[in-house]
Ligand binder design. Structure first.
Ligand code: NAD
Ligand code: UD1
Length: 332
């Protein structure tokens, strides 16, 4: 199939482009490079020995999106493009609602106009709010604590309503848990700007001695060792999940958790990183981070039963691959 990948130069999108190309699909990327670098497009081509069409456009731009649909035969869309920083979304809610929700509407509109009936959307486990773990697709989404989370709930709702009104329109809402790691080559991975917000990039920068020590946000949660528990998933497993979801897409709306089903505490992740890479990670315990929940991990039985997909790579592989990318690419 010929797949339009919005945000295909970003962290999850770039790895998914590799999986798509390796599975025999063709890829058209639309990305405005707001949070990514053009050189990643060349790396995708290099790693797959394949071609990629790249459009540097903003996917909230109706005319620019229409031009892509008019000039290409498109069989499906995977919509990654969006802003994702939770803290920033609290300060700049309008930017987040505009970019994340309007982009979804513009793309869905173009799909209806050009009869493109496959739509895969990047959602997040954040839509489960503070439900009881493990989070299952049958649970009602709860209000999230921030505008970013609301943009995901709203986009899910918009796509669901569109699919109800247009029975041929097939939608897969993929709720990601915590993607970490990098492509095994170490050539592409996650490069956050400034000081990282998320745990794994912070740990790799401490390992690199760019940052002095990890600050662990609270050790008084009701978890195995008091630190926050999350479901870390290797980025290539997540990428492959998209290909499987796309290949199996049927009419209607389908929601899938993409996680491992296994919860890992902050201290367990730090230990795994130390063992995997033989590096000590200095840390201190500080106050809880506002908005954090104690535990977040997936019930993964639906994706396994309906798609035959499970995450294959373990925590040690995630830590090794994250570190390989950090030393290979982020040289400063
Ligand atoms: P990313 O920032 O690395 O990638 C997003 C890409 O979209 C970037 O290349 C950026 O330049 C592009 N982009 C943003 N707005 C755009 C616009 N209006 N037009 C064109 N391009 C635009 O983020 P990521 O981690 O790869 O996340 C991809 C998607 O998955 C996002 O929608 C994010 O909310 C969602 N998600 C991410 C995580 C995570 O932990 N990374 C978890 C759950 C959901
Ligand atoms: C965060 C976002 C979530 C988003 C996800 C992936 C918040 C509140 N939530 O989730 O919406 O989908 O990223 O982008 O920001 N931790 C530390 N020290 C650090 C960093 C993190 O102890 O320096 C802890 C956190 O308290 C948490 C765990 O590590 O228990 C994972 O944190 P993080 O990587 O930021 O992901 P989430 O909080 O799950």
């Amino acid at each position: 199939m010929n797949i339009l990948v919005t945000g295909g130069v970003g962290y999850i999108g770039s790895h998914t482009c590799i999986s798509l190309l390796e599975s025999g699909h063709s890829v058209i990327i639309a990305d405005n490079l707001y949070n990514s670098k053009r050189e990643t497009v060349e790396k995708i081509k290099y790693l797959t020995n394949d071609n990629v069409d790249f459009y540097e456009i903003d996917v909230t731009d109706t005319q620019a999106v229409d031009d892509i649909f008019k000039n290409n035969i498109i069989d499906g869309v995977i919509h990654f493009a969006g802003f994702k920083a939770v803290g920033e979304s609290v300060k700049l809610p309008l930017n987040y609602y505009y970019n994340n929700v309007v982009s979804t509407m513009v793309l869905a509109d173009a799909c209806l106009k050009y009869n493109v009936n496959r739509f895969v959307f990047s959602s997040s486990a954040t839509v489960y709010g503070n439900n009881t773990v493990p989070f299952s697709e049958t649970m009602d989404p709860l209000p999230t604590t921030n505008p970013y989370g609301e943009t995901k709930s709203m986009s899910e709702r918009i796509l669901t309503d569109i699919a109800r009104a247009n029975p041929a329109f097939s939608v897969s809402l993929l709720r990601y848990f915590n993607p970490v790691g990098a492509h095994e080559s170490g050539l592409i991975g996650e490069s956050p700007n400034g000081i990282p917000n998320n745990l794994m990039p912070y740990v790799t920068q401490v390992a690199k001695r760019k940052l002095e020590k990890l600050r662990i946000f609270g050790n008084d949660y009701p978890t195995v060792d008091g630190t926050g528990v999350r479901d870390y998933i290797h980025i290539m497993d997540l990428a492959e999940g998209h290909v499987v979801a796309l290949n199996n897409l049927t009419e209607g709306v389908h929601i899938y958790n993409l996680g491992t089903g296994k919860g890992t505490s902050v201290l367990e992740l730090v230990k795994a990183f130390e063992v995997a890479n033989d590096i000590t990670i200095p840390y201190e315990i500080v106050d809880r981070r506002p908005g954090d929940i104690a535990s977040c991990y997936a019930d993964v039985s639906k994706a396994k039963q309906e798609l035959g997909w499970i995450a294959k790579r373990d925590l040690i592989a995630m830590c090794k691959d994250a570190w390989r990318f950090e030393i290979k690419i982020n040289k400063n």
